[in-house]
Ligand binder design. Structure first.
Ligand SMILES: [Cu+2]
Length: 295
């Protein structure tokens, strides 16, 4: 006599639910990653490059989703249609060369197209920042961020990474009048609609500049100026820089606010700060950006 609710039958009844619960648990860290209130999809995107990255992401997502449903659907259909039944005998099939060629060629073409498109996008993102970009120097340290804006002259004081110390955070020359004019800030304030060129630095160990809403993630390396990062925000709002490279005991709290504001609001924020520092004598000639190495 067979028991109606034997252990294997119970297991097979609930296996699906157990599997789903395990999947949810596995996906929990990914959900925790989202900081913008949208736990099911991507964080909102607020940069021009980000929108292009998202479109590539969505193409790949729907391609893989379609292939997943088609292949798994076929697989399940075959499992049911060709299950072991009395009166049905297994037979040997060599397969179909025609089908083999089709399902090898089709993915090859798709992968090549994605690689070419992805490469073009990568190239576009890594293009040098436009000439009208606002240049902001960003310094990361254990455990925080500091920003440096050009003073009234529109020029940042030149830096020398070898001069970076506890008292000289940027490695600037104190005797250079531009140094006193630099506008320092603990928040990143940027105007919407204008290209912003970031010069990323690290004072001590490797940190990482990470803003999910900007689709931007770049390591900051001690001794180097990472000069390729630029973005253009598409809307105003408040965001956050989070360090995304485990850099020590305070890593979890290494963050800084970002404010994307209108051009007018930005000028109202920057101008008074620049004028406050402007009392320093103007230098005869100096070109700080030229002294920074762009890898
Ligand atoms: Cu860090």
């Amino acid at each position: 006599m067979t028991t109606r609710f034997s252990l294997p039958s119970l297991f097979s009844r609930f296996a699906g639910w157990v599997g789903a619960a395990c999947l949810l648990l596995l996906a929990a860290p990914a959900f925790a990653e989202q900081r913008a209130g949208n736990i099911w999809g991507l964080a909102p995107c607020v940069t021009v490059h980000g929108e292009k990255i998202d479109s590539l992401f969505m193409i790949i997502f729907w391609l893989t989703a379609t292939v997943f449903v088609l292949t798994q659907g076929t697989y399940i259909y075959f499992l049911i249609a060709y299950r072991n039944r009395p009166g049905h005998k297994a037979f040997y099939s060599h397969g179909s060369n025609k089908l083999e060629v089709i399902w090898t060629t089709a993915p090859t073409i798709v992968f090549l197209a994605l690689a070419i498109y992805g490469n073009r996008l990568w190239e576009e993102i890594h293009r040098p920042a436009p000439a009208n970009s606002l240049v902001i120097d960003v310094s990361s340290y254990q455990f925080g961020w500091e920003m440096r804006y050009p003073g009234v002259t529109g020029q940042l004081a030149p830096i020398d990474v070898r001069k970076i110390s506890d008292t000289n955070h940027w490695g600037t020359d104190p005797s250079n009048p531009l140094t006193a004019q630099d506008v320092l800030s603990t928040e990143l304030v940027v105007p919407v609609g204008r290209p912003v060129h970031l010069l990323l630095h690290a004072r001590d160990v490797i940190h990482s500049f990470y803003v999910p809403e900007f689709r931007l993630y770049q390591d900051c390396v001690p001794g180097r100026t990472i000069g390729w990062v630029w973005f253009q925000a598409t809307r105003t709002g408040n965001f956050q820089i989070a360090c995304n490279q485990l850099c020590g005991t305070g890593h979890y709290n290494m963050k800084a606010p970002i404010r994307v504001v209108t051009e007018d609001e930005f000028q109202m924020w920057l101008k008074p700060r620049q004028e406050k520092n402007a009392s320093a004598a103007l230098p005869a000639s100096s070109s700080p950006v030229a002294t920074l190495t762009h890898p």
